[in-house]
Design a protein around this ligand. Structure first.
Ligand code: ASP
Ligand code: MG
Length: 602
C-alpha cells in the first residue's frame, strides 16, 4: 500500500459541490489501495477576504493576529471535506497544523517549517482513515502553540513537507490549470502543457510558475527527492511531473532549510572573451553567437550590459580548450561590425583573458530575499577579490574573477554562507538531459538601472547592493560586464541591475545617496523594459541555444539591451512594448507550441 499526499487549492474546494467532487477523487485514490493524506487551502478567495476585513480595521495589522485570522480559512475546508468523505462512507478525520504538530519558526506570516510530527498522522492512517490537514499553517513550538502561517500560497509547501515527513511515494498538487505550461497562455495562444520539468528548471521559472506552485514547495521536493505532480482538479489528465535528482540523505529536522544559499560552486576551466563597442542594434548578438554555434563552441556565461552612446559590450566565457576557436570567430566578426561606422573613433575590439574562474552561489532560498548577492560581493571584497563580471538568475549569482583568486574566494564564500560540504566543481558538466528549452517567461514588471563609471576596486558592488538590501529592495538581475574605462586616471566599470517597478523610486534614492560616497557619475533609469527568459537544463553543453534565441529576436528586429545567464537560463532585456512579441517569437523558435488549446481560468 502506497502513501500519497494530495493537495487541493482554493478554487478546487471553492464550493460545496467542488468539495464533494474532491471527496470522490480522494475516495477513488483510496480504492486503488493507497493511504491518503489530503492538504487543503481555504475555500476560493477566502484568504483575500480575511485580509480585507483586517485592513478595514487596521492599516498595519499585527502579524500575530493576522496569522490567527488567516489560519481560520483552512480550518473551514478541512472540516467540510472530512464531512464530505464521511458522507460517502470514507472514514476521515480533519487536523489543524497544531494538532498534527507542524512546527515552524516563530516568524508570523512567513514561517518556514522546521519539523513535522508524524505519530498522530500515522495512527489515524493505520485506522484506515483519510487524514485531512489544514495547509498554510503551523505552530511555533509544541509548548506554546502560537499559530503561524507560511506566507501566501503556502499550502503547497505544507503538502510537500508532509509528504517528505511521512515518506510518501509522491505528492500531487491539484489546481485549476492542467499543469505547468511552456509559457503564459494569456500571452502566447499555443502554450503547451509540459509533461515533465526538473525542479531546478522550475525554480528558474519562478516568475512563470510561482502562481501554480510555491517555489518553497519545489525547493523541499528537490532537497528530499520527492516526486511532485501538478494536475487539474477537473480532469483525469496526467499533468506535469516535477522531477528531482536523488539527493544526499538529509535530516528531517530543520526541514525547510533556513539558509538562502545551499551550494558554492566554482569552475576553473573558463576563459573570457569580450567584444567591446559593438553597435547597439538588432542582430549583433545573433550574428556573433550564430557563428560561434556553427563552430560548435559551447558558451557558458553571456553578459551584455548597458550601452554607451550607440555601442554595447558583449562578454562570454567558454572552456579554456575552446578559447582559440571562439577568439578567431570574434576577431573575424569585429571588423564586420566595425565597417558599419568606418568613421567612428571607437571601434569594436576583442579582448580575451585566459586566466579566469567562475564562482557562484546557488539556492532557492534567495528568491525574494534581499541582500544575498550583496553578501556575496561583500565577502569577496573582504578578501580583496575583484569582480570582473557578474551575472544573476533567479537562484544563482555567478561572478567571474581572476583564476588566482579562486581558492580564497571559495573558502570565504563557504564560510560566509555556512556551507560545510565541499564546494561543487563544474556542478553541471554532463547533466544535459531533457530539451534545451523547457519554458519561456516574460517579466514586464521591472525597471532597469545602470550606474556608470564605478571605480573598479573590490567592494564597490558590495556597497551598492548592501545599501539596496538595507531598504528591503529585492534585486532581480545584476549585470556587470567587461568594459573598463579610465576616468581621471581611475579604472571604472558600469553595473546594471533590475528591480520590481514598485521599488524603482526607492532604488533611485539609494543610488543618489551613494553617488558621492562611492564616486560614480551617472545613474540611468529605464522603466520601459521587459525581460524574456528561456530555461532548460538541456542547454548545458549544447552549442547554439543562445544563438537561436538571439536569432529569433533579431528576425523580429528586436534590440537586446542586456543579457544575463546561468547554466540553465538565458535572459534578455528588451523594450517593454516589444516584450510580448519577443516572448511569442522565442516560444515559436524553440518549437514549444502545442496543438492542444489550453484553457485557463481568468
Ligand atoms: N490560503 C492561503 C492563501 O491564499 C494559502 C494557500 O492557499 O496556499 O495564500
Ligand atoms: Mg497556490
Amino acid at each position: 500500500m502506497a502513501l500519497i499526499v494530495q493537495k487541493f487549492g482554493g478554487t478546487s474546494v471553492g464550493t460545496v459541490e467542488r468539495i464533494k467532487a474532491v471527496a470522490e477523487r480522494v475516495k477513488k485514490t483510496v480504492a486503488e489501495n493507497n493511504s491518503v493524506v489530503v492538504v487543503v487551502s481555504a475555500m476560493g478567495k477566502t484568504t483575500d477576504g480575511l485580509v480585507k476585513l483586517a485592513q478595514e480595521i487596521s492599516a498595519t495589522p499585527c502579524r500575530r493576529e493576522m496569522d490567527m485570522l488567516l489560519a481560520t480559512g483552512e480550518q473551514v475546508t478541512i472540516a467540510l471535506l472530512s464531512l464530505a468523505l464521511q458522507e460517502i462512507d470514507q472514514p476521515a478525520i480533519s487536523l489543524t497544523g497544531a494538532q498534527v504538530g507542524i512546527v515552524t519558526e516563530a516568524e508570523h506570516s512567513r514561517a518556514r517549517i522546521l519539523e513535522i510530527k508524524t505519530d498522530r498522522l500515522n495512527s489515524h492512517l493505520n485506522e484506515g482513515k483519510v487524514v485531512v490537514v489544514a495547509g498554510f499553517q503551523g505552530i511555533s513550538s509544541l509548548d506554546n502553540l502560537e499559530i503561524t502561517t507560511l506566507g501566501r500560497g503556502g499550502s503547497d509547501t505544507s503538502a510537500v513537507a508532509l509528504a517528505v515527513a511521512l515518506g510518501a511515494s509522491k505528492c500531487e498538487i491539484y489546481t485549476d490549470v492542467p499543469g505547468i505550461l511552456t509559457t503564459d497562455p494569456r500571452l502566447v495562444e499555443d502554450a503547451q502543457l509540459m509533461s515533465e520539468i526538473t525542479s531546478d528548471e522550475m525554480l528558474e521559472l519562478a516568475s512563470l510558475g510561482a502562481k501554480v506552485l510555491h517555489p518553497r514547495a519545489v525547493e523541499i521536493a528537490r532537497n528530499y527527492g520527492m516526486p511532485l505532480v501538478v494536475l487539474s482538479s477537473w480532469s483525469d489528465a496526467q499533468g506535469t511531473t516535477v522531477v528531482s535528482p536523488t539527493p544526499k540523505p538529509r535530516s528531517l529536522v530543520g526541514l525547510e532549510i533556513t539558509k538562502a544559499v545551499d551550494a558554492v560552486e566554482f569552475d576553473l576551466d573558463q576563459a573570457k572573451i569580450a567584444l567591446l563597442r559593438v553597435p547597439d542594434k538588432p542582430g549583433v548578438a545573433a550574428s556573433l553567437f550564430g557563428e560561434i554555434a556553427r563552430q560548435n563552441v559551447d558558451v557558458d556565461l553571456i553578459i551584455q550590459s548597458i550601452h554607451e552612446g550607440n555601442s554595447n559590450d558583449i562578454a562570454f566565457t567558454v572552456v579554456k580548450g575552446m578559447l582559440n576557436q571562439a577568439e578567431s570567430v570574434a576577431e573575424a566578426i569585429a571588423p564586420v561590425l566595425r565597417s558599419e561606422k568606418a568613421s567612428a573613433p571607437e571601434e569594436a575590439e576583442v579582448v580575451i583573458e585566459k586566466k579566469v574562474a567562475k564562482v557562484a552561489i546557488a539556492g532557492a532560498g534567495m528568491i525574494g530575499r534581499p541582500g544575498i548577492a550583496a553578501k556575496m560581493f561583500q565577502t569577496l571584497a573582504n578578501v580583496g577579490v575583484n569582480l570582473e563580471m557578474i551575472s544573476t538568475s533567479e537562484v544563482k549569482v555567478s561572478c567571474v574573477i581572476a583564476e588566482t583568486d579562486c581558492q580564497k574566494a571559495i573558502a570565504a564564500l563557504c564560510e560566509a554562507f555556512e556551507i560545510d560540504c565541499s564546494p561543487v566543481q563544474n556542478a553541471h558538466t554532463g547533466v544535459n538531459e531533457g530539451p534545451p528549452v523547457r519554458g519561456v517567461a516574460l517579466d514586464k514588471n521591472q525597471a532597469r538601472f545602470a550606474i556608470k563609471n564605478i571605480p573598479d576596486q573590490p567592494g564597490m558592488a558590495a556597497k551598492i547592493f548592501t545599501q539596496l538590501a538595507a531598504q528591503n529592495i529585492s534585486i532581480d538581475m545584476i549585470i556587470q560586464s567587461q568594459r573598463c574605462r579610465l576616468v581621471k586616471g581611475v579604472a571604472t566599470r558600469d553595473i546594471a541591475f533590475t528591480v520590481a517597478q514598485g521599488d524603482a523610486g526607492a532604488a533611485r534614492q539609494v543610488l543618489e545617496d551613494l553617488a558621492s560616497v562611492i564616486g560614480f557619475e551617472e545613474i540611468l533609469e529605464n522603466r520601459a523594459i521587459s525581460k524574456v527568459s528561456i530555461v532548460g537544463s538541456g542547454m548545458i553543453g549544447q552549442p547554439g541555444v543562445a544563438a537561436r534565441l538571439f536569432a529569433a529576436l533579431s528576425e523580429e528586429k528586436i534590440n537586446i539591451q542586456m543579457i544575463a545567464t546561468s547554466e540553465i537560463k538565458i535572459s534578455c532585456v528588451v523594450a517593454e512594448d516589444e516584450g510580448i512579441r519577443a516572448l511569442q517569437a522565442v516560444h515559436k523558435a524553440f518549437n514549444l507550441a502545442g496543438s492542444e488549446k489550453i484553457v485557463v481560468p481568468a
